[in-house]
Design a protein around this ligand. Sequence first.
Ligand code: MN
Length: 224
Amino acid sequence: MKRINTFLFFAFCFSVLSYGQYKLPALPYKYNALEPYIDSTTMRIHHDLHHATYVSNLNKLLEKHPELYKKDVLELIQNLDQLPVDLQTGVRNNGGGVWNHSFFWTIMAPAGTAPMSAKMQKMLVDNFGSVDAFKAEFEKAALNRFGSGWVWLIKDSTGKLSVISTPNQDNSLMSISKVKGTPVLTLDVWEHAYYLKYQNKRAAYAKAFWNVVNWSEVERLATK
Ligand code: MN
């Protein structure tokens, strides 16, 4: 018991000392929650290793500028051009990696638990002509993204929804982004996101993704 208390005491001290540094958020569901569409091993590696590495790289990058730990990741990536020059590329890649993955987990849910409402359906019809036309455009953008990147459904300042894709860990919130908008849905199309289960078949992964979209969350973001 004493050893456990000692351990907890040091764990507490460590967590206080590391205050202000970025943490890996927990997945909002179990690793196997998105099976069979996204497999448990991929989720475990993607969250515990890939996402975790972006978090630790970002922490390491800011060691020389610890005052920046006070800012949240969104604030860092929204103001990339105001950061010290030696940090801009690193924060773009690793801060982007942290934010994009944290967001990605929240717009997915176990199949059948967060279906598309009539209201969400109408928003897609109004913006794309039909739900199928929206899905086709999104899947096409996933397939056409050469190399690594992300596909997004974003909302602009007038409320209009559109599909875009970004390279690497860029997103439409970044100060350096050509297209600006609020992300409401995204798909990670880096090979690490699908290779174990889908190998080179990115199109099959993009199609399977529709089964695990958290439409309640997408609607909340699209109507905010
Ligand atoms: Mn990823």
